[in-house]
Design a protein around this ligand. Sequence first.
Ligand code: AMP
Length: 307
Amino acid sequence: MRRAEAGAHGEFWRCQREADSRYSGVPVKIARTASRARQLCRGAKRPLVLVPTMGALHAGHASLMRRARKLAGRSGTVAVSIFVNPAQFGPGEDFSRYPRSFGEDCRLCREAGVDLVFHPSAEETYPAGYSTYVEEERVSRGLCGRSRPGHFRGVCTVVLKLFNVATPDAAVFGEKDYQQVAVLRRMARDLNVPVRIIAAPTVREPDGLALSSRNRYLAPEERARAPVIRRALLLARKAIYEKPEDLAALVRREIAAAHPSKIDYVEVLDAETLEAPGPATRELVIACAVFFGKTRLIDNIRRKPLA
Ligand code: AMP
């Protein structure tokens, strides 16, 4: 690692020293360029399991890393990427204020037994003149894809780039971002990427709120109201209705009673296709996005098809 690569990131050097000193057991190797990451991944013991993240890591991310470790076994390799991907944020979204805590993140990775952290720069990832993007055209159409145009194009692009650099045997994603997993599965299938896409369960606060790096934006009174999302979804899992619209209306009513700033969407879809449920539907997903203040929270739940 050349000093120039680290730039002014004192945090990075502190983390690197800690990693090198091996004081907590497992050393974490840190790659800040694609070529270094590729070199480390080439030499890594297989299977190699990748956990892509945007950093500001929390217990939800840690559970993905533990899942990755189980998949990789003791002798395989767990790699985590930490990259706040500008291509997946729309204009006016929170890219510039998205929390960044690389030193803390490295600590969490080390404690979770991660072998390799890939922390590329935006400049290297999207150099001047960059003009190639990956677009999934079906699964990404509704839900977050509708409210955040270009979001999944950015996600697919960066994840395919990560797959090309790390060549993982498997990659672990959280079910909290249900549509993201579905879109990436489709992308990997359609583009013949030889990687297993694994979905891991959502980790929650004791009151049911799904952990998210964005929860720290919530004002205390918004934080107090936000668990209504989980309560509404749990209610919908038990409700006896015949029509998806009625189920969606129930969730809307419950959430609206907690006075969010806006309900972006509540939708009931086929959990496999993310299209309108039909007679062949084996499982439903109820997915929602809700604003408390300026903070957009998403969550989902799965249930049996309606009566
Ligand atoms: P992010 O850093 O928000 O891009 O998330 C990186 C990965 O962690 C994604 O696959 C997310 O779905 C997953 N993730 C985020 N929050 C949670 C959570 N509460 N439980 C489990 N996985 C999560």
